[in-house]
Design a protein around this ligand. Sequence first.
Ligand code: SF4
Length: 197
Amino acid sequence: MILDNYILYLAFVTTKLEKFFENQSPYIRCKKGCSKCCEDGCYPFSKAEFDFLIIGFLKLPAEIQKKVKANIYKLKAEQTEHKNKFPDKDFMHKCPFLIDNECCVYDYRGIICRSFGLISINDKGASKIPFCAFEGLNYANVLEPETKIISLEKYKKLNIDKEPLAFNVSYDFLTSKDMEQQFNITFGEKRALIDWF
Ligand code: SF4
């Protein structure tokens, strides 16, 4: 069954990510109540991830569903306005599932939601520091803000054995054809979350 396969895939990815986050714990500031990564983004979601998210949404109490729907209606209007003004610019916004600073569909959230916060490296070797580093959060203790790189000097001064590392946790890799084959799943079309509504 496809849903069972997707759940197995999620368990695999989640275990992998937990290990990476644990390894990088001296640099990670993610904690309950911090929702920085859900406040300003466009959140890529494949069809499979979106379908799973909706399973979570349908389990929510009616009053929370109502709040999410109100957020979506408001965002759709803002998106139309944004497209008219800035046709070539991504529509960055707060996620409609963020209610009272918490994800209301946490167990059903997407891959980008699970992997954000680490330094990722893609197949071409390009690394990406999470934007929250520039706001004093993850990796801020080893970041050189001017050059936007991880500082070896700062790392040495911290005198900790775990070095800051980049992992192959790019969205493209975690939702790649290889993953589809390994778990016998299909991600399907990928869109910004708001474009699924
Ligand atoms: S689905 Fe949840 S974790 Fe993902 S961006 Fe929205 S609020 Fe954040």
